[in-house]
Design a protein around this ligand. Structure first.
Ligand SMILES: [Cu+2]
Length: 502
């Protein structure tokens, strides 16, 4: 049945009047501080026109603006899919997802829309799931109405009363575990007038992950409940995988464009200090709300919260997205790249492209060689060539900052690895130095060094074996091969530094 438009307008007016029942907000000098009315003011008439099917996008993409100037009935169809996906090179994890991705599909509606939500749980799922959308007004945010067993579908509706950027997540017990497995995403409720137009919009969401194995330990890694309870994540990631936003998957923009990021934090535990190295946020809609702050360096995104940020790109190059709790960025994976292309602008920035200091081994398109080495290792067919290729990729991020990408070192500061007589005299010193570090006076190719190399404790045994094998077979070194088992034995043995003979 279609209502007479006049009649609909009368209802809308009545609703609006009822919503404005209280005293009018005091006018202020600052227009930005005016009361928008929260859930009590908006385009709250009945849905108009034919129902609209929501366009859902996978990260890092964002659906187009609704472009509507009236409320509609919007149909959202979201599938819950449990699937194994890579969480890092050569590391797999069983994710539980909304729409097959982590984070889940991005949903975009307009304030005043009536959202008809269909949640379908795939027949091959092992678990029941549901959804709690923070943009829903009503107990549980939809959770109890959407409890869905494997192979079933549920449906509920809500009116989007508050504009803003909201997290949604699964709320099936144990809730923390469902969220830790990747069950979260974002829903944008546009204000009635829409958001200002920008050149690029991207969808990024942070999450913390808990695996029984260590960081980058290869193979299929199960969820670790104990680590999760103790809030000791193995990985902290943007978009569900290490490398989801680096190399050939980096976000793209051109200079002279304005970029808007929709950034959520699924948690389940950590709060994010979100920062883009080399950029300043012109605007941040902090906490995903209505107002923006300007000229911000780092914005806090709570677990179960979100923020929108905008910046104009002036200088080409790589901009690094990080959680500025830095060990998460460099040792747990919370790192992404936004690549801006365009002409240099030396008046604004004279310097060079961001280098390995910030991007490390993530500067490469991907670490295919590391992944295939891991695969061969698990099937017992690892060749020297594979070890060298994998070691080369790892060397770039781990060793090259000091010893240089060419292995030449830096005179008087970092000894050379290229044609090193130190290595030639004792090839096993290589993995030993990596695992235990090295300090005190040494002589390499006739030059004295007396410095400190910290132990590279973050590397797994197979990573140490592959880097060592790469160095042994590069730059005029004697060749040979170091195995993972050798590294394991070295790790347990006491360090034998230059002081050992005293
Ligand atoms: Cu779930």
């Amino acid at each position: 049945m279609r209502r007479h438009p006049r009649f609909a307008a009368a209802i809308a007016l009545a609703v609006a009047l009822a919503a404005c029942g209280g005293p009018a907000p005091a006018p202020t000098a600052d227009a930005g501080a005016q009361d928008t009315g929260g859930s009590r003011r908006g385009d709250f008439g009945p849905p108009q026109g034919e129902p609209v099917k929501a366009v859902l996008t996978s990260p890092p993409l964002v659906p187009p603006a609704t472009g509507r100037d009236r409320p509609a009935r919007v149909v959202v169809e979201l599938d819950v899919v449990e699937k194994v996906m890579p969480i890092s090179e050569g590391v797999e994890y069983t994710f539980w997802t909304f729409g097959g991705t982590v984070p889940g599909s991005f949903i975009r509606v307009r304030q005043g829309d009536t959202v008809e939500f269909h949640l379908r749980n795939m027949p091959d799922s092992k678990m029941p799931h549901n959804i709690d959308l923070h943009g829903v007004t009503g107990p549980g945010g939809g959770a109890t109405s959407s409890f869905t067993a494997p192979g079933h579908e549920t449906q509920f509706s809500f009116k989007a009363l508050n504009a803003g950027l909201f997290v949604y997540h699964c709320a099936t017990a144990p809730v923390g575990m469902h969220v830790a497995n990747g069950m979260y995403g974002l829903i944008l409720v546009e204000p009635p007038g829409g958001l200002p137009e920008v050149d690029r919009e991207y969808y990024v969401m942070q999450g913390d992950f808990y695996t029984t194995g260590n960081y980058r330990e290869k193979g299929l890694q199960p969820f670790d409940m104990e680590k999760a309870i103790e809030e000791r994540p193995t990985y902290v990631l943007f978009n569900g995988a290490e490398g989801a936003l680096t190399g050939d998957k980096a976000l793209q923009a051109n200079t002279d464009e304005t970029v808007r990021l929709y950034v959520g934090n699924g948690g389940p535990n950590l709060v994010s200090s979100f920062h883009v190295i080399g950029e300043i946020f012109d605007k941040v809609w902090y906490e995903g709300g209505t107002r923006y702050q300007e000229n911000v360096q780092t914005t806090l995104i709570p677990a179960g919260g979100a923020a929108m940020m905008e910046f104009h790109m002036e200088v080409p190059g790589s901009y690094v997205l990080v959680d500025h709790s830095l060990f998460r960025a460099f040792n747990k994976g919370a790192l992404g790249i936004l690549k801006a292309e365009g002409p240099e602008n030396k008046a604004i920035y004279s310097g060079q492209e961001v280098d390995a200091v910030y991007i490390g081994d993530r500067a490469q398109p991907n670490m295919q060689a590391v992944a295939s080495a891991a695969e061969s290792a698990s099937s017992g067919e690892l060749t020297v060539e594979q070890q060298i290729a994998a070691g080369k990729e790892l060397f770039l991020g781990t060793c090259s900052t000091c010893h240089q990408p060419t292995g030449a070192g830096m005179k008087g500061v970092f000894p050379p690895l290229a044609a090193s007589d130190y290595i030639a005299n004792d090839p096993a010193s290589l993995p030993r130095v990596i695992v235990h570090g090295l300090q005190g006076p040494i002589k390499v190719n006739g030059t004295d060094y007396d410095s400190v190399m910290p132990p590279m404790a973050q590397l797994t045994d197979d990573e140490v074996a592959n880097i060592s094998t790469f160095v042994l077979n590069s730059w005029g070194n004697p060749g040979g091969r170091i195995s993972k088992d050798e590294v394991a034995r070295l790790r347990d043995a006491a360090p034998a530094g230059p002081a050992a003979g005293h």
